[in-house]
Design a protein around this ligand. Structure first.
Ligand SMILES: [Zn+2]
Length: 179
Protein backbone atom coordinates (compact mmCIF):
# COMPACT_ATOMS: atom_id res chain seq x y z
CA UNK A 1 0.00 0.00 0.00
CA UNK A 2 2.68 2.48 0.94
CA UNK A 3 4.55 1.63 -2.25
CA UNK A 4 1.52 2.61 -4.31
CA UNK A 5 1.17 5.84 -2.37
CA UNK A 6 4.76 6.78 -2.93
CA UNK A 7 4.44 6.14 -6.65
CA UNK A 8 1.46 8.51 -6.77
CA UNK A 9 3.41 11.02 -4.71
CA UNK A 10 6.41 10.86 -7.06
CA UNK A 11 4.28 11.37 -10.14
CA UNK A 12 2.67 14.40 -8.51
CA UNK A 13 6.08 15.81 -7.78
CA UNK A 14 7.19 15.63 -11.36
CA UNK A 15 4.03 17.42 -12.46
CA UNK A 16 4.71 20.16 -9.96
CA UNK A 17 8.14 20.81 -11.42
CA UNK A 18 6.69 23.32 -13.87
CA UNK A 19 5.21 25.50 -11.15
CA UNK A 20 8.26 25.57 -8.89
CA UNK A 21 8.70 29.31 -9.39
CA UNK A 22 5.30 30.07 -7.91
CA UNK A 23 6.26 29.65 -4.31
CA UNK A 24 8.30 32.36 -2.64
CA UNK A 25 9.25 30.67 0.58
CA UNK A 26 9.56 27.06 -0.48
CA UNK A 27 10.44 25.57 -3.79
CA UNK A 28 8.69 22.46 -5.04
CA UNK A 29 9.96 19.55 -3.04
CA UNK A 30 13.18 21.28 -2.00
CA UNK A 31 12.75 21.15 1.77
CA UNK A 32 15.89 23.19 2.53
CA UNK A 33 14.86 26.15 0.35
CA UNK A 34 14.05 29.18 2.47
CA UNK A 35 14.46 32.90 2.02
CA UNK A 36 14.24 33.58 5.73
CA UNK A 37 16.22 30.76 7.35
CA UNK A 38 19.92 31.57 7.41
CA UNK A 39 21.08 28.33 9.08
CA UNK A 40 23.92 26.74 7.11
CA UNK A 41 23.09 23.70 4.99
CA UNK A 42 25.51 20.83 4.72
CA UNK A 43 24.15 18.09 2.49
CA UNK A 44 25.82 15.31 0.53
CA UNK A 45 25.62 15.55 -3.25
CA UNK A 46 23.34 12.50 -3.29
CA UNK A 47 20.86 14.48 -1.19
CA UNK A 48 21.15 17.57 -3.40
CA UNK A 49 20.46 15.41 -6.43
CA UNK A 50 17.05 14.58 -4.99
CA UNK A 51 16.26 18.24 -4.25
CA UNK A 52 17.49 20.19 -7.27
CA UNK A 53 16.44 20.25 -10.91
CA UNK A 54 19.16 18.82 -13.14
CA UNK A 55 20.38 22.14 -14.56
CA UNK A 56 20.67 23.69 -11.09
CA UNK A 57 22.44 20.60 -9.74
CA UNK A 58 24.99 20.70 -12.54
CA UNK A 59 26.00 24.27 -11.73
CA UNK A 60 25.59 24.12 -7.94
CA UNK A 61 27.25 20.81 -7.16
CA UNK A 62 29.35 19.99 -10.24
CA UNK A 63 30.63 23.54 -10.76
CA UNK A 64 29.22 23.69 -14.25
CA UNK A 65 29.00 26.83 -16.37
CA UNK A 66 26.04 27.83 -18.50
CA UNK A 67 26.79 28.88 -22.07
CA UNK A 68 27.49 32.63 -22.28
CA UNK A 69 24.69 34.94 -23.48
CA UNK A 70 22.08 32.24 -22.84
CA UNK A 71 21.17 32.93 -19.21
CA UNK A 72 17.84 34.55 -18.40
CA UNK A 73 19.43 37.15 -16.09
CA UNK A 74 22.32 38.19 -18.34
CA UNK A 75 20.52 41.30 -19.64
CA UNK A 76 18.00 41.45 -16.82
CA UNK A 77 17.41 44.98 -15.47
CA UNK A 78 14.48 44.73 -13.10
CA UNK A 79 14.72 46.02 -9.54
CA UNK A 80 14.69 43.34 -6.88
CA UNK A 81 16.72 40.64 -5.19
CA UNK A 82 18.60 37.64 -6.54
CA UNK A 83 18.47 34.51 -4.36
CA UNK A 84 20.37 31.22 -4.46
CA UNK A 85 18.27 28.84 -6.57
CA UNK A 86 19.46 25.90 -4.46
CA UNK A 87 18.66 27.21 -0.96
CA UNK A 88 16.94 30.64 -1.14
CA UNK A 89 19.80 32.61 0.43
CA UNK A 90 19.76 36.29 -0.69
CA UNK A 91 22.90 36.81 -2.80
CA UNK A 92 22.74 40.02 -4.81
CA UNK A 93 20.58 43.13 -5.09
CA UNK A 94 19.74 44.59 -8.48
CA UNK A 95 21.59 47.79 -7.54
CA UNK A 96 24.79 45.74 -7.30
CA UNK A 97 24.39 44.51 -10.89
CA UNK A 98 26.02 46.11 -13.88
CA UNK A 99 26.09 45.55 -17.59
CA UNK A 100 29.16 43.68 -18.66
CA UNK A 101 29.82 42.14 -22.02
CA UNK A 102 31.02 38.81 -20.65
CA UNK A 103 27.76 36.95 -21.30
CA UNK A 104 26.80 36.18 -17.71
CA UNK A 105 24.97 38.26 -15.08
CA UNK A 106 27.59 40.48 -13.47
CA UNK A 107 27.59 42.16 -10.09
CA UNK A 108 30.11 44.45 -8.42
CA UNK A 109 29.11 43.50 -4.88
CA UNK A 110 27.09 40.86 -3.02
CA UNK A 111 24.02 41.83 -1.00
CA UNK A 112 25.96 41.29 2.25
CA UNK A 113 29.42 40.12 3.28
CA UNK A 114 28.30 36.74 4.57
CA UNK A 115 26.06 35.93 1.62
CA UNK A 116 28.98 34.55 -0.36
CA UNK A 117 32.09 32.47 0.37
CA UNK A 118 35.27 32.31 -1.69
CA UNK A 119 37.75 29.61 -2.68
CA UNK A 120 40.84 29.57 -4.92
CA UNK A 121 40.20 27.74 -8.19
CA UNK A 122 43.22 26.70 -10.23
CA UNK A 123 41.37 24.43 -12.66
CA UNK A 124 42.05 24.62 -16.41
CA UNK A 125 45.43 26.27 -15.82
CA UNK A 126 43.80 29.51 -14.67
CA UNK A 127 44.09 31.28 -11.34
CA UNK A 128 40.56 32.22 -10.46
CA UNK A 129 38.49 32.80 -7.35
CA UNK A 130 35.38 30.71 -7.10
CA UNK A 131 32.30 32.19 -5.42
CA UNK A 132 29.84 30.00 -3.58
CA UNK A 133 26.61 30.53 -1.69
CA UNK A 134 27.37 31.38 1.94
CA UNK A 135 24.50 29.22 3.16
CA UNK A 136 24.66 26.01 1.08
CA UNK A 137 28.03 26.29 -0.71
CA UNK A 138 26.45 26.02 -4.14
CA UNK A 139 28.87 27.01 -6.89
CA UNK A 140 27.75 30.38 -8.29
CA UNK A 141 30.56 31.45 -10.59
CA UNK A 142 33.81 33.41 -10.19
CA UNK A 143 34.91 36.87 -9.11
CA UNK A 144 37.41 38.86 -11.17
CA UNK A 145 39.25 42.10 -10.45
CA UNK A 146 38.15 43.95 -13.58
CA UNK A 147 34.82 45.31 -12.37
CA UNK A 148 33.64 48.92 -12.12
CA UNK A 149 34.18 51.22 -9.14
CA UNK A 150 33.69 51.37 -6.21
CA UNK A 151 34.62 47.71 -5.66
CA UNK A 152 36.55 47.06 -8.87
CA UNK A 153 35.14 43.55 -8.74
CA UNK A 154 33.10 41.57 -11.24
CA UNK A 155 31.09 38.70 -9.83
CA UNK A 156 30.40 36.60 -12.89
CA UNK A 157 27.42 34.42 -11.98
CA UNK A 158 25.42 31.69 -13.72
CA UNK A 159 21.76 32.64 -14.25
CA UNK A 160 20.70 29.06 -13.54
CA UNK A 161 21.76 29.31 -9.90
CA UNK A 162 19.83 32.58 -9.38
CA UNK A 163 16.20 33.15 -8.47
CA UNK A 164 14.96 36.68 -8.95
CA UNK A 165 12.16 38.38 -7.09
CA UNK A 166 10.96 41.75 -8.20
CA UNK A 167 10.63 44.35 -5.47
CA UNK A 168 7.46 46.30 -6.13
CA UNK A 169 7.95 49.05 -3.57
CA UNK A 170 11.65 49.30 -4.27
CA UNK A 171 10.88 49.79 -7.93
CA UNK A 172 8.59 52.74 -7.21
CA UNK A 173 11.22 54.38 -5.00
CA UNK A 174 13.89 53.79 -7.61
CA UNK A 175 11.80 55.43 -10.30
CA UNK A 176 10.97 58.40 -8.05
CA UNK A 177 14.65 58.93 -7.22
CA UNK A 178 15.70 58.79 -10.83
CA UNK A 179 13.11 61.16 -12.27
ZN1 LIG B 1 22.54 28.47 -1.46
Amino acid sequence: MSAILSIIFLSCNSQNKESKKDSMETKGTNAVYSRSDSAKINLADTEWRKLLPEDVYEIAREKGTERPFTGKYDKHKEVGTYYCAACGNPLFASNGKFESSCGWPSFFEPISKGSIVYAPDNAYGMKRTEVMCGRCKAHLGHVFEDGPPPSGLRYCINSVILDFEKAKDAEKEFKAENK
